[in-house]
Ligand binder design. Structure first.
Ligand SMILES: Cc1ncc(COP(=O)(O)O)c(C=O)c1O
Length: 450
């Protein structure tokens, strides 16, 4: 595995960051002496910062740039639509690009008669899903899972158990949702984790046995006040966490038994991220509502709540009950349509590389062990497809954030994930190849061996 060392110039980035700090709310961008970079341009997986330093992007910028940055299909759609009409009229005079995007969503989602509500961000689409579940069931409470992330608008914020996000807003959020623990999962590949006592995982990571979790779910559902159970089919910001096989089917069975909807937040996992077009396909559990975002817009802000129960809203009387100024934005719909069509066309090719990427992780874990690093810092591989995480379960909170900062110095953009910040996450554009993974994983070894 190749490793690189470099000295970065930071003069321009520092200048921009100092200007930013004077004008942006201080609780938005985290700034330290070595973090972040100021991005200037990008192509494929390559990002260049304001000082001309180059990086490989292992985030796809929050999973959005699935085809890689600046993809020609996206550029063409952008130019063509921009020349015709940039902004339309949300829920009043629709555009052809909105109709085409809605038709595409109806074709590729698993519903017989799919209808959608479009929005701009993931959080907004989640709001639409929560409202839809309330309209369909006539109920007003929700159940979500610990570690889930569904956005920071008030609706999805109520689903969160992370105080980092809810602090200061508790009175607004209280009594709307029950958060239940995440079930314990068998780790598929690990280096050193087998030495850790099983109870360690349960206690320090808030994990509980499958049966206990389902009991808690049933207790909440029994009140008959729950409109929907919300889950990501693979937790993204929760640390690339997969559910134990068969668990989602049990959740769905219980939700339906008590008249609640199953809402899948596929904002992160959708559009090839986990190796299938949608992540629900892995377990074959079809939700009642599918919430999409991120890669959907091909880089422009676009999200959707899709299902076959949206007729419950009734017909608009002229004042839509749920809309916004930019709903169905023509530019975002045209670019999203082009990007999603291209992702679907190239998905088999992207999938082909996954066995090579698996090999890269396998070799990493072997090298990790052979260097004796597993005795110092056990590591486990999580996630699937192009959504992977290296979990350091015995590390102090924030461990992956420091690792990610060090990797930035070496030319790799990564993100930490997990409620404790102990997962180093890799969600690159789907064009990523084994050679890029070899490079970044070689550098992870280099940093940890220090
Ligand atoms: C699974 C999931 N749901 C919802 C959201 C919120 O999306 P947005 O930041 O676009 O509001 C995110 C964002 O990371 C996410 O990962």
């Amino acid at each position: 595995m190749t490793q690189r060392r470099r000295t970065r110039k930071t003069v321009q980035s520092k200048r921009w960051l100092s200007r930013l700090q004077k004008v942006e709310s201080p609780d938005v961008t985290f700034v330290s002496d070595t973090f972040p970079i100021v991005m200037k341009k990008a192509r494929g997986m390559k990002v260049t910062d304001a000082d001309g330093n180059r990086y490989l992007d292992f985030t796809a910028c929050f999973g959005v740039s699935a085809l890689g940055h600046g993809h020609p299909v996206v550029q063409r759609a952008l130019r063509s639509q921009a020349a015709k009409l940039i902004h339309g009229m949300g829920d009043v005079h629709p555009t052809a690009s909105k109709v085409l995007l809605l038709e595409l969503l109806a074709r590729i989602t698993p519903f017989d008669e799919a209808k959608s509500v479009l929005s701009l961000s993931g959080g907004e689409a989640m709001e639409a899903a929560l409202k839809t579940a309330m309209v369909v069931t006539g109920r007003h409470r929700f159940v979500s899972f610990s570690g889930g992330y569904h956005g920071l608008h008030f609706g999805p914020l109520a689903l969160s158990d992370r105080q980092t996000f809810t602090r200061g807003f508790e009175p607004w959020l209280s009594d709307k949702n029950t958060v239940i623990p995440f079930p314990r999962t068998q780790l598929d590949q690990s280096a050193g984790c087998e030495r850790l006592d099983g109870e360690f995982y349960l206690a320090s990571h808030g994990l509980e046995h499958w049966d206990t979790v389902l009991e808690k779910l049933e207790d909440a559902l029994r009140t008959k006040m729950v409109a929907g159970v919300v889950m990501e089919p693979l937790q993204g910001r929760g640390g690339e966490r997969t559910w134990p096989s068969g668990f989602a089917a049990q959740v769905q069975k219980l939700a339906h038994k008590y008249g609640a909807l199953l809402i899948y937040d596929e904002i992160y996992t959708g559009f090839g991220r986990t190796g299938t077009l949608f992540a629900y396909e892995h377990e074959g559990v079809v939700p009642d509502l599918l919430v999409l975002g991120k890669a959907l817009g091909g880089g422009l802000p676009l999200s959707a709540c899709v299902g076959d129960c949206l007729d419950a809203w009734g017909k608009s009387s002229g004042e839509a009950r749920h809309t916004s100024t930019f709903l169905g934005h023509p530019l975002a719909c045209a670019v999203g349509h082009a990007a999603v069509t291209e992702i679907i066309r190239r998905l088999p090719e992207f999938k082909n590389e996954l066995s090579n990427i698996d090999l890269s992780f396998k070799l990493f874990l072997e090298a990790y062990k052979s260097k004796g690093l597993d005795t110092v810092q056990p590591v486990a591989l999580r996630g699937r497809g192009f959504m992977r995480g290296l979990w350091f379960p015995a590390a102090p909170a924030g461990f992956a954030a420091s690792l990610s900062e060090e990797l930035l110095q070496l030319g790799y953009i990564t993100l930490p994930s997990g409620p404790r910040g102990d997962v180093l996450s890799f969600t690159p554009p789907l064009i990523a190849k084994r050679r890029e993974f070899d490079l970044v994983l070689g550098s992870v070894l280099q940093v940890l061996a220090k």
